[in-house]
Ligand binder design. Structure first.
Ligand SMILES: Nc1ncnc2c1ncn2[C@@H]1O[C@H](COP(=O)(O)OP(=O)(O)OP(=O)(O)O)[C@@H](O)[C@H]1O
Ligand SMILES: [Mg+2]
Length: 297
């Protein structure tokens, strides 16, 4: 049971350039895998390929293999993908249905299309809205949301499908620190509690430090670094890959450079960066443990 890329090589239709070159990456149930890299390193393309949208829906040429729970994604029909793997694009407004008149209806759109019974639809919609702290948006017109609100609604609509895997391309790009933290907590809790496997491309390395178990750093379409989040995010090579390390790592380095690397000071910096006293991300169960089975409804 894993979302697995093995030797994945991809180029978009009509271009000779290989954009992903020999990607090996696993997203196991219950794990959050962060994806970092400079602009144009291939994060969004990897999200499209991992979710099966490329080449499935957008074409292009894929070599190597991409499997979900052992099934090659290229053999799945679009509706089969949608049930296994939820995708959130970098620009959330492109993802709203354009037909729903309220946020509630927007989030219900996917579950309705799955043909679920009404009580189940209601339960999922309210759960998704509550999980992301956006229940008050339920009666609003989806066309009149702020960028941040639209991003949360698009994510709620994906969560309501309860897919086994989630592929999220910069899900917090339009969110303020509070919204970012809320999404981080919600996703970490989701992985720990329901066994959802999550691949998340994200520039905010603090967020990944708090929610991801593993991090992969891309460099021009190849995986340059891959390992436990704490190791990759503290790797000195990260800066050369165009990725800003988390504040705790930068501070610790500055302290060391100034000859102030007292272990107690470094520990305090790390604790503060992890959220300090009110660090509910840890409380939500983001420990380095494997998935807890397929407990979704
Ligand atoms: N539809 C497309 N057709 C052809 N080439 C594309 C297409 N989309 C992206 N590319 C190219 O693929 C490469 C990787 O782009 P991608 O969007 O995956 O990078 P990214 O890491 O997500 O960047 P960013 O941080 O800006 O979001 C780039 O060189 C880009 O120009
Ligand atoms: Mg991108």
């Amino acid at each position: 049971m894993t979302l697995r890329l093995a030797g994945a090589r991809y180029r978009y239709a009509g271009t000779p350039r290989v954009v992903l070159d020999g990607i090996d990456l696993d997203v196991a149930p219950g794990r959050v895998v962060g994806l970092v890299g400079a602009n144009e390193s291939g994060k969004s393309t990897l999200c499209l390929v991992a979710s099966g949208l490329a080449p499935g829906s957008i074409g292009g040429r894929l070599e190597g293999s991409v499997t979900m729970d052992g099934v090659e994604t290229v053999t799945l029909a679009p509706h089969e993908h949608a049930q296994r793997c939820g995708v959130l694009f970098q620009n959330p407004t492109t993802q709203l249905s354009g037909t729903a008149v309220t946020v509630w209806e927007e989030v219900a759109f996917g579950p309705r299309n799955l043909g679920l019974a009404v009580p189940e639809i209601v339960e999922r919609v309210e759960w998704a809205l509550d999980t992301l702290g956006i229940a008050p948006l339920a009666p609003k017109d989806p066309a009149r949301l702020s960028g941040g609100q639209a991003q949360l609604v698009a994510l709620a609509a994906v969560l309501a499908l309860r897919p086994a895997y989630l592929v999220l391309d910069e899900p917090t790009s339009q969110l303020d620190p509070r919204g970012t933290r809320l999404v981080g907590e919600a996703l970490a809790g989701l992985a720990a509690e329901t066994g959802t496997g999550i691949l998340v491309a994200e520039h905010k390395t603090e967020l990944l430090a708090a929610m991801a178990q593993d991090v992969a750093a891309l460099d021009a379409g190849r995986v340059a670094l891959l390992g436990p989040a704490a190791d990759v995010l503290a790797d000195p090579r990260l800066v050369d890959l165009g990725v800003e390390p988390p504040a705790a790592v930068r501070l610790a380095r500055a302290l060391e450079a100034a000859g102030l690397a007292d272990p107690r000071l470094l520990a305090a910096v790390e604790q503060a960066a992890a959220g300090g006293d009110d660090g509910p991300v840890e409380a939500a169960g983001v420990s380095d443990r494997p998935g807890v089975g397929q407990g979704r409804a």
